[in-house]
Design a protein around this ligand. Sequence first.
Ligand code: NI
Length: 227
Amino acid sequence: MLLQIPEVLSPAELAEVRRIIDAAPWTDGNATSGFQAALAKRNEQLALDGAAAKAAGAIVTAALERSALFASAALPHTVLAPLFNRYGAGHGFANHVDNAIRQNPATGRRIRTDLSATLFLSPAESYDGGELTIEDAYGVHSVKLEAGDLVLYPATSLHHVTPVTRGVRVASFFWIQSLVRSDAHRTALFDMDVAIQRLGQAVGQGDASIVSLTGTYHNLLRLWAET
Ligand code: NI
């Protein structure tokens, strides 16, 4: 499932994140890349353990924690600390799949990257190019969202960032280990949750049909979740 989540950051949070990261030192983006990705990547990144990435990342993490849509779609087990990158003119990132395993710096434990997320931090009209292009079973999707909006997609997807030809594209990106490893299972649970919410609005949350479907949702989650 490829899902866009609008307005993850409020305008005030977006402004604060930009104030913090725009004043920070940026370095070559290959610090987080595997060997193959390093051959294909041209961008800049904030130091992973720097004060700016930590402060801005905490704002992003807090915003994610309020998003019911993010919780329902990602069913997060572990959300890695958000990172930040910047593509200026001539920068881009060729087609690749993200590494399957990453170490969580907060705990030292390794996590499986089930989902990748990109949170756009530049106004879409302020740069040309810089589309996140994601391939899945249904085709090729070109994603360029407004500042504060997020796209969530399976980390198994081939993806690239088209070269920026004008302006600067700033974004936050991070990985999630989901409670539900299978994208198909996760998508089915998300679709069911959305349908239950809609039905609840139509018939009332206490209706017997909602109680029954919510029970089925939890029983499927119990079957498929790994903690
Ligand atoms: Ni990637």
